[in-house]
Design a binder for this molecule. Structure first.
Ligand code: PGA
Length: 311
């Protein structure tokens, strides 16, 4: 039986997260020698080194990596327990960590707003990333819920679909194709294109469709943000494919229009997901159900807008 206190595990987990004794000491508001001595005692109790130091940074050994997973599991369960106790006392209180893909940021914060009004004692953190970076966060077990449109292979997830996330072709209103209806996909051949960065799910979906119909477009610009792409289209740098939701923000941009191109929109869905191996807290469950329920009216509005584009 290894003798380790919860305090030592907390010190270890914080040090592992920062890769630094100094930063762990700052976060925990204790001195650096205290951090070092706690880690030393833990190392002795376990009988194997937990960190390797290369330059100024600490790296986890295999034993350290295992201990990190175990510590995160213990603290996650304790957090869940606290939230369950609060729930039994009739209160929703605790933490909710969400990571959403770039397009969901046009939708999720608004729902979070109304959710927080219902449950003001919940602390929420929302990270926005592309699909590739989200996958890394899943591997590191950093969040309670993930909002995405392409569940990755090889990670066991529980997923619930909640709203369509169609990808449409977007051009400047002055673009020659903007005046045409029922544009064949071949007409996109040779168009100057603005592409999302490597690791983006949008980029993957576009490349797959273009490969299927043998569409070849010169990439004029590669950008890591949907907002920057909208500005580049407005600046006449080319056309692009974006989630329809990114166009409705702040009433839309008058310089942009959606082209009526065959085989578009690319049909996708947003899902709210959690790691199958992780027990969901009451708060995460409550938010997941809220998201699924409250997004229903948005689906009806979205259907109407898409019909208008297709006509
Ligand atoms: P991405 O995902 O940010 O990885 O491109 C966006 C989406 O699928 O809507």
């Amino acid at each position: 039986m290894i003798h380790a206190t919860l305090h030592q595990l907390k010190v270890f987990e914080t040090t592992a997260r920062h890769g630094s004794f100094t930063r762990a000491a700052e976060e925990l508001m204790i001195t650096q020698p205290t951090v070092s001595s706690q880690i030393k005692q833990l190392t002795t109790a376990i009988g194997l080194p937990l960190f390797e130091q290369i330059g100024k940074r600490l790296y986890l050994t295999d034993a350290g990596q295992e201990l990190l997973t175990t510590s995160q599991d213990i603290f996650g369960r304790l957090d869940n327990f606290e939230m369950t106790v609060a729930d039994l006392k009739g209160k929703k209180q605790g933490k909710l960590r969400i990571t959403a893909i770039t397009t969901a940021k046009y939708f999720v914060p608004r729902l979070l707003g109304s959710f927080c009004q219902l449950h003001p004692d919940i602390d929420i953190s929302l990270q926005v990333t592309n699909h590739h970076d989200m996958q890394q966060r899943m591997h590191d077990n950093l969040d309670d819920l993930y909002i995405l449109s392409q569940p990755p292979e090889g990670i066991d997830l529980h997923t619930a679909p909640f709203l369509e996330n169609p990808l449409v072709v977007v051009a400047n209103v002055d673009h020659p194709l903007a005046q045409r209806r029922k544009i064949p996909i071949k007409a996109l051949n040779g168009e100057q294109f603005i592409m999302r960065e490597q690791g983006s799910g949008t980029r993957q979906a576009v490349q797959k469709l273009f490969a299927k119909y043998r569409i070849s477009v010169p990439v004029r610009l590669e950008l890591g943000s949907n907002e920057a792409i909208k500005q580049a289209i407005a600046g006449n740098l080319g056309i692009s494919v974006l989630s329809y939701h990114s166009l409705t923000a702040e009433g839309g941009m008058p310089e942009l229009t959606v082209l009526n191109v065959a085989h578009f929109p690319i049909q996708r869905q947003w899902y709210v997901a959690n790691l199958a191996t992780k027990q969901l807290s009451v708060i995460a469950e409550t938010f997941r159900d809220y998201l699924v329920e409250e997004s229903r009216p948005f689906q009806t509005r979205l259907n109407d807008s898409l019909l208008a584009i297709a006509s």
